[in-house]
Design a protein around this ligand. Structure first.
Ligand code: DC
Length: 224
């Protein structure tokens, strides 16, 4: 019988993690868990409630009293916050430009990491984020660190935004992505770094399908 392994995929914004992770999960019959969506949901709620994004204690208190659920659907993964569908809202420019500030708080991370570990406890998961291989699923059977050039990642976000009907400028997106990379990599709590035992995958010149196939090949080996 094939093993129900854990697959951890980390990397900076726009590397293709979520698109590729979803394809890998579907091909293996695994559950896809988008941890970035959880940080976004916390950020969205804090902004709605006018909680200062530097107020770690208030944010942790708010999060402890919140329910975040990720539900698969025919239109992709839906995100529910306190039973309300916030899938679209958490992708707004406002949330995107503030989420690194919220994700930098150790107490926020502790609470979300515990939820993520529970979700992955039985294996059969593909989880993507920034600290999955280094903190959340340290024993994951397969760890991937995915990246691409800043220019290519900005271009992908630009096209993605166009599809969602969100106005953006390529130049501004490039600046924002570079800034978010810097914040995510330089923060004290669980910074974005490649785990020693992770496989590096540069998706700059790879098609989505080629990147997914590369991961599936590695996964098949681990599942034997
Ligand atoms: O993948 P994304 O763009 O939806 O992630 C949103 C933000 O959440 C990103 O700026 C970094 C943060 N994040 C994190 O710190 N740890 C994770 N495991 C996932 C996301």
């Amino acid at each position: 019988m094939k093993k129900n392994i854990q697959i951890a995929i980390d990397g900076p914004a726009g590397a293709g993690k979520s698109t590729i992770a979803k394809i890998v999960a579907e091909a293996l019959g695994f559950t896809y868990i988008d941890t970035g969506a959880m940080y976004r949901a916390v950020t969205y709620k804090a902004m709605q409630q006018n909680i200062h994004l530097d107020d770690e204690a208030k944010l942790a208190e708010m999060l402890a009293a919140s329910t975040i659920e990720l539900k698969p659907s025919s239109q992709g993964q839906l995100v529910f916050l306190d039973a309300q569908n916030v899938t679209e809202e958490i992708r707004s420019n406002e949330v995107t430009s503030s989420v690194s500030q919220v994700a930098a708080h150790a107490r926020v991370r502790e609470l979300l990491v515990a939820q993520q570990q529970n979700l992955a406890a039985n294996g059969g998961v593909v989880m993507d984020g920034r600290d999955i291989a280094t903190h959340v699923l340290k024993n994951a059977e397969l760890k991937i660190f995915m990246s691409a050039t800043v220019e290519e990642r900005a271009r992908r976000r630009f096209i993605d935004n166009q599809k969602r009907g969100i106005d953006s400028s390529l130049e501004k997106l490039q600046e924002e992505i570079a800034l978010r990379d810097k914040k995510d990599s330089e923060r004290e709590a669980s910074p974005l770094i490649q785990a020693e035992d992770a496989v590096f995958l540069d998706t700059t010149a790879l098609s989505i399908d080629d990147a997914a196939q590369a991961i599936l090949k590695l996964a098949e080996e681990k599942m034997l």
